[in-house]
Ligand binder design. Structure first.
Ligand SMILES: CC(C)(COP(=O)(O)OP(=O)(O)OC[C@H]1O[C@@H](n2cnc3c(N)ncnc32)[C@H](O)[C@@H]1OP(=O)(O)O)[C@@H](O)C(=O)NCCC(=O)NCCS
Length: 146
């Protein structure tokens, strides 16, 4: 359980855009040095987006579910990591995938985060590969288990 109260909101891109962009730019572009042009793609308007808000209303984390059942762009602000935000986002996106009728969810995990996803039942489904200069591993999780 998170030590501080957090709320998770599922929304469309129009509603998520401002806050999701701010978080993703801080985490992926500024912190991880992902080129800006690789961070933005044409998928966002077609995704369900999850936003985590702290008690004061500030958005502190985000993630998205693509129409094909892939989860992606999971990002928690540096100072908010290790407080359960990522877990709540991931669970909300898995629940949304279930509601959308997906039998499983997939994602391309940054290799350093594979242990995080393993905690929530994801299994690697292939060898490591490079994307945006960062090692990744494809992972998936069956949704019928619980
Ligand atoms: C990966 C990320 C989303 C995790 O979010 P978080 O809010 O720090 O994670 P949580 O606090 O919810 O962690 C939940 C559990 O996973 C564990 N965990 C978190 N990050 C982990 C990691 N990199 N490897 C292994 N376990 C991890 C936590 O210890 C915690 O375990 P516990 O329940 O036993 O205490 C976050 O670190 C992040 O935004 N990183 C930078 C961007 C990034 O790399 N995104 C992933 C792209 S695939």
């Amino acid at each position: 359980m998170p030590a501080q109260p957090l709320s998770i909101r599922l929304c469309n891109w129009d509603e998520a855009r401002l806050e999701a962009r701010r978080i993703r730019e801080l985490v992926f572009v500024r912190e991880q040095r992902v080129p800006l042009e690789l961070e933005w793609d044409e998928q966002d308007p077609h995704c369900d987006h999850a936003l985590a808000h702290a008690a004061d209303g500030a958005a502190v984390g985000t993630g998205r579910l693509l129409p094909d059942g892939h989860i992606g762009r999971m990002a928690v602000l540096q100072e908010w990591r290790g407080k359960g935000v990522g877990a709540l986002l991931l669970q909300a996106l898995m629940e949304q995938a279930r509601l959308r009728g997906h039998a499983r969810v997939r994602l391309n995990a940054q290799a350093h985060a594979a242990g995080f996803y393993r905690r929530y039942g994801f299994e690697a489904s292939g060898p490591e590969f490079m994307d945006a200069g960062i090692p990744h591993v494809a992972m998936q999780r069956d949704l019928k288990r619980d």
